[in-house]
Design a protein around this ligand. Structure first.
Ligand code: UDX
Length: 433
């Protein structure tokens, strides 16, 4: 099978490389020539464990993978074309901006030469895949193609593994022929007995938004309960454990923290609310989730300022700048948001992150970036654990406290044992403890 993937962002590139690993001849297309040049030198534009090895293997050894800047040339021989271009939030009301999807659909319709499937893999609001079909029908006849929705559930930091061992694959098709081709595409996953869920196109589009929104709801819920725990002397980790053991609830995504960030949850929750509003449907539960999450960083910054009695001109250190570990992605990173608020209050912010510092520096020149966590913590009144990178779990904290009095540590991700830190002399503040 010949595959063409249009858009070499996160979803497109991971999918392309992993489909090549399945053994398919795959072309990844992007109009950004610089990006194509870098990819042709096996350089991945973002940090993701495992991706560069696979990229190198299939670009240079198996030659199953290639890159191009031309949609026209790359779609001619394709059996399946995936649309994986960006769908950013529009400024107004979080609606997804689909202009890249429409442009690509038009270009595909002007260039395909034989029957193929056109698959939306970017996260797109319900109705988008059928709209893609309408655009393509303006140029070619309906027997020459089928559209499919096949959303991706990749998590940054573990995307290769998520692609190779997914909990499920969702395919939204209009007819048996397209379903058969999609099932054939994912046949390599039969070995792991991966469930393939076949639905209508609309259901498939909704599954993606409903899944991300549900996980975001779990996070806002546990964060609100963690605020209550702080007031009444309960411990959120014990509470989450006690809840999560109930199989109906499940223990995943019950980690209290500074709120969800990243390129998906904030954007997808807002877009899903927008879709519900457009159809006059009450999804107010999600509006509450979104509002609470947006306001959480301000409350955390206030808590840090007041508990640590921070004054203008003093220094705070933030360990971890990416929105989660094992990625250099800082989109909607709660660490960066907290750093910005502290900076606006006149606090000097020092920081260290294993992978995200160059991305962070570009947009936040006020950050004082350091070569390691220990240097970042020197001369600080407050240490904030913003992201739970493994290397922050095993810090030599004696070296950091080094006879200082009242050094405050705000462990936003609850990675340390409060008792041990208090014994070492820290003023320890966890989340929901
Ligand atoms: C998410 C979805 O998990 C994935 O299926 C989808 O395709 C893309 O969006 P990702 O954004 O990479 O993936 O990261 P994820 O691990 O889901 O974390 C999202 C955010 O939630 C992070 O900011 C994380 O710190 C936060 N989070 C997660 C919590 O605060 N508590 C938790 O218990 C879990």
């Amino acid at each position: 099978m010949n595959l063409t993937i249009i858009g070499t962002g996160y979803v497109g590139l991971i999918s392309g490389v992993c489909f090549a690993e399945f053994g398919y001849q795959t072309v990844c297309v992007d109009k950004d020539q610089n990006r194509i040049d870098e990819l042709n030198q096996s350089k991945c534009p973002f940090y993701e464990p495992g991706i560069e090895d696979l990229l190198n293997k299939h670009l240079n050894k198996t030659k199953l993978l290639s890159f191009s800047n031309s949609v026209a040339q790359s779609v001619e021989n394709a059996d399946i074309i995936f649309i994986t271009v960006g769908t950013p939030s529009k400024r107004i009301e979080g609606e997804a901006d689909l202009s890249f999807v429409w442009d690509v659909a038009k270009e595909i319709s002007e260039n395909i030469k034989k029957y193929c499937l056109i698959v939306t893999k970017s996260t797109v609001p319900v109705g988008t895949t059928k709209q893609v079909k309408k655009i393509i029908l303006e140029n070619i006849n309906e027997n020459s193609f089928d559209v499919v929705s096949n959303p991706e559930f990749l998590r940054e930091g573990s995307a290769v593994n998520d692609f190779m061992r997914p909990d499920r694959v969702v395919i939204g098709c209009e007819n048996q022929n397209s379903e058969n081709i999609m099932r054939e595409l994912y046949r390599p996953l039969n070995l792991n007995e991966t469930p393939i869920i076949s639905t209508s196109i609309e259901s498939s589009e909704i599954i993606k938004y409903a899944s991300n929104s549900f996980l975001a709801t779990k996070i806002s819920f546990i964060n609100q309960v963690s605020d209550l725990c702080e007031k009444v002397g309960a411990n959120i980790q014990d509470v989450a454990k006690g809840m999560g053991i109930d199989k109906r609830i499940g223990s995943k995504f019950l980690h209290a923290g500074p709120g969800y960030g990243g390129s998906c949850f904030p954007k997808d929750v807002k877009a899903f609310i927008n879709t519900a509003n457009n159809h006059n449907v009450d999804l107010s539960i999600l509006s509450a989730v979104d509002k609470f999450n947006d306001g959480r960083v301000d409350k955390i910054a206030d808590k840090i300022m007041s508990k640590a009695k921070l004054r203008t001109g003093e220094t705070a250190s933030i360990l971890g700048l990416s929105f989660k570990p094992n990625t250099d992605d800082i989109r909607d990173s709660t660490s960066i948001k907290i750093a910005k608020i502290l900076n606006q209050k006149g606090i000097k912010v020092k920081s260290y992150d294993p992978e995200a510092m160059s991305n962070a520096k570009k947009e936040n020149p006020f950050l004082v970036l350091c070569d390691d966590a220990y240097i970042a913590c020197e001369e600080s009144k407050v240490i904030i654990i913003g992201t739970e990178w493994n290397e922050f779990r095993a810090l030599d904290l004696k070296k950091i406290i080094n006879n200082k009095n009242n050094l405050c540590i705000f462990d936003l991700r609850n990675i340390y044992n409060p008792k041990e830190l208090k014994q070492l002399g820290f003023d320890y503040f966890g989340t929901g403890t």
